[in-house]
Design a protein around this ligand. Sequence first.
Ligand code: FES
Length: 63
Amino acid sequence: MNLDKVVCYCMNVTSGMIKNAIDNGANTLEEVQSATGAGTVCGSCLDNVQRLVEQFVAERADK
Ligand code: FES
């Protein structure tokens, strides 16, 4: 996965920033939103952000 890919254009949040938030303890979409601002403006990225949150939480749980 390209961690430099921008997921949320309103807040300029990349996949890697979402991964960091989860590695630092965020577990839910809401916690990632408050940590990164992703998905807090127009909301059009929310499905993608949600998918990444689920994926990164699952990957972290596998470690
Ligand atoms: S693209 Fe993420 S809130 Fe607009």
